[in-house]
Design a protein around this ligand. Sequence first.
Ligand code: SF4
Length: 319
Amino acid sequence: MNPPQTARERLELWDGKPYFPISQVYKNRFGSKVVKIPVSIADDCPNRAGIKGMQTCIFCDVHGSFAYPESQGDEIRAQITRHREKVAKRFNANRFLVYFQAYTTTFTQLGRLKEGFEAALEYPDVAGLVVGTRPDTLSDAVLRTWKEYSERTFVGIELGVQSFDDDQLIWMRRGHTGAQSIKGVERVAATGVDVGIHLIFGWPTENDKQIIETARLCNELPISNVKLHNLHVLKQTALEPLYHEGKFSPVDLETYSHRVALFLEHLSPRIAVHRLAALSSRWDELIAPDWTRHKMKSFQAILDYINDRGVYQGRSFRS
Ligand code: SF4
């Protein structure tokens, strides 16, 4: 699909949003609304396992970013059935992508990953598979497996890049570099599967120049989508004591909106956007910022900020 050139085309092709929403990609690809069913087959990651002295990422809680921690450890079919019912009701959808979300999905045995894929594909209303993982935990065998499955169904890979800035990556204890992320993206894209990345905004040293450079780097990469998160403080994370000691403050909603607007303005209109801010299903674990708690209100405030300034995705993009 060609990116929209005019305000009228943006209205039609982007569902009235100032950015290219991933929902439109799914509608075009699958012919109807498709939503994700989060599941977990992994229960660890290189950071938690302390590989090469790595430590748990500064923002990550004990559930490894899983939306339904109460289901962790349950048999995969039980997870799919239960979560499918929840998301179907919540989003009024009847087609799904099974999303292998928690921890580092590729830090588990390949046989387990394949079993999970086969279980997901038993459901006739499952339109494909999405795998979340780190950009530096990609064996050749995993890449081959994704390629094989992509001949049967849609396969999307979401890599937790978070930032391309090495100082920020060290601060968040990611254990990989920006260069490793770029290499990971390129290796996955070479298999022909769909590739997206996750980015976090709100780092202590972040500035406008970095945000623009991040957008420009995304434009050069073979990715089809990006998911944005704001850095928030959860209970039982390494960030929690830093917040209480006054060594870290999350950005306010206006500052975050400014960063999102700047990023979108420089992002190519060919790259779809999943969401504009973090979405936690475990609000009881959220410590700060409070605006993250008010999901719809904050989302609307970000949209208003963007629209009030006449910004739209790709406004300053030059190919
Ligand atoms: S964010 Fe991912 S890689 Fe980092 S500690 Fe959590 S599960 Fe592990």
